[in-house]
Write a protein that binds this ligand. Structure first.
Ligand code: FAD
Ligand code: PYC
Length: 417
């Protein structure tokens, strides 16, 4: 018996049924854990791994209402970069990028992290000014980023249309060479395997329905669809559902949820060498190792928990891609899907303690949390283990929405909101 419900093809490919260690048999919940993490996305699983590896805390359960990696972790377009404007954000995302650079070795699993470079296109004078400001700020913060003319951008990405007669002509681009993509579902599987190997229980098909607190206010466990499970500490890392779960503990969180869609084309020979983002035309694109073009849209304009969205947004995105890359005009779409992104008022995440003793929150990553996965897991584990934030996540408090000390990264979100 295996610990996780890997899809059958994956189980076959990795030989899961053959030599999966006996101690990884699917666990029943224990009555008491030191730490429960709600949500088996990359962030929650990463936190479990780093709790065990770096803090020696292994009496940990990750509680997941569906299957591991079934949330946004395996629904995103897998873009990784750290070219954020403000010091707080640059430090946070660059911490994650540093961890990506050693991740496959660290967890002994090829997450196919590929630093092929991320281009962000400027189509208006305003874009040019903002992007150049980003480059200067990034360099001051030790984050690589450079300006390319339209011709240099085309040399880096030959399919790019730099004609001045395009509806939104390319006026230049930023390039972060250390940016790239990774195989998103592998990240969840890799952290799950590495955490489980250190004794962490991963409880799938187990939805949290309540948070129980003692008389002194301290958390004492979670109510779930598999019964009550005791815990000394609880970390909520449930993306779009984080605010619902925090509400169970009486904590209000300023998160709104929006659908965000993506699609892949039929697979083709390698034709697209890097990642390209254009906020102005609401589209971003890369090519997966399977050969599919991976394309994403802007966030939908309405709040919803639906993991899907209307086809006209996809049509809008695809027409923008065809104008920027006319060589793809005759390609066919293979499939599309959606996720639900959790957006805060300042488009920055919340990662830290909450007013409830023993309760921690990691959420509000919106359209940009995949790139943060190792960093978020690492910093959440630190915060739980020491009951205090790491200096990198210290500014990302829930408290900032009361004090007004916001970290307004909307312009760097790279995805139209
Ligand atoms: P998730 O992977 O969503 O995990 C949360 C888990 O919590 C889920 O598995 C869910 O089932 C579980 N859960 C919810 N409620 C409960 C409950 N009551 N009990 C137990 N478990 C529960 N980011 C980037 O950096 N780059 C990109 O290119 C990018 N593209 C994107 C494209 C799309 C289409 C989408 C939708 C998102 C994109 N993102 C991107 C954002 C990124 O995917 C997310 O920010 C990130 O994956 C969040 O990871 P997570 O582990 O916090 O959440
Ligand atoms: O944050 O770079 C990003 C991103 C691209 C697509 C979705 N998010």
């Amino acid at each position: 018996m295996t610990r996780f419900s890997f899809p059958a093809l994956v189980r076959k490919a990795i030989g899961a049924d053959k030599d999966w260690p006996e101690q990884w048999a699917k666990p029943d919940p224990k009555s008491d854990y030191d730490v429960i993490i709600v949500g088996a996305g990359g962030h929650g699983l990463g936190a479990a791994y780093y709790l065990a590896k770096e803090h020696g805390i292994t009496n940990v359960a990750v509680v997941e209402k569906g299957w591991l990696g079934g949330g946004n972790t395996a629904r995103n377009t897998a873009i990784i970069r750290s070219n954020y404007l403000y010091e707080e954000s640059a430090a946070l995302y660059d911490h994650a990028l540093g961890l990506w650079e050693g991740l496959s070795q660290d967890i002994n699993y090829n997450v196919m992290f590929s630093q092929r470079g991320v281009l962000m296109l400027a189509h208006t004078v305003h874009d040019v000014q903002i992007f150049k400001r980003h480059i200067h700020a990034n360099r001051l913060n030790g984050v690589d980023n450079e300006w390319l003319s339209p011709e240099q951008a085309k040399a880096f990405c030959p399919p790019l249309n730099i004609s001045s007669s395009a509806r939104y002509p390319v006026l230049g681009a930023t390039l972060q060479r250390r940016g790239g993509v990774a195989r998103h579902d592998a990240v969840a599987w890799a952290y799950a395997r590495a955490a489980a190997a250190r004794g962490v229980d991963i409880l799938e098909n187990c939805a949290v329905t309540g948070i129980s607190r003692a008389r002194d206010g301290q958390v004492r466990g979670v109510e779930t669809t598999r019964g009550f499970i005791g815990a000394k500490k609880i970390a909520v890392s449930a993306a779009a559902h984080s605010s619902v779960i925090m509400d169970m503990a009486g904590v209000r969180v300023p998160i709104e949820c929006f659908p965000l869609q993506a699609l892949v084309s039929e697979p083709i020979e390698p034709a697209f060498p890097c990642v390209v983002l254009s906020n102005t035309v609401h589209a971003y694109i890369s090519q997966s190792d399977k050969g599919e073009l991976v394309i994403g849209a802007g966030t939908e304009q309405y709040v919803s928990y639906s993991q899907g969205g209307p086809l006209h947004s996809i049509e809008h995105t695809v027409s923008a891609i065809c104008e920027m890359f006319p060589i793809f005009t005759r390609l066919r779409m293979l499939r599309n899907w959606g996720g639900t992104v959790d957006v805060t008022p300042d488009r920055s995440p919340i990662l830290g303690k909450t007013p409830v003793p023993g309760l921690y929150l990691n959420g509000g990553w919106g359209t940009g949390g995949f790139k943060a996965t190792p960093g978020a897991g690492h910093l959440l584990a630190w915060t739980i283990a020491r009951d205090e934030p790491h200096p990198i996540n210290a500014p990302f408090t829930l408290e900032r929405f009361r004090t007004g000390r916001l970290i307004d990264e909307a312009a760097a979100a790279a995805v139209a909101h």
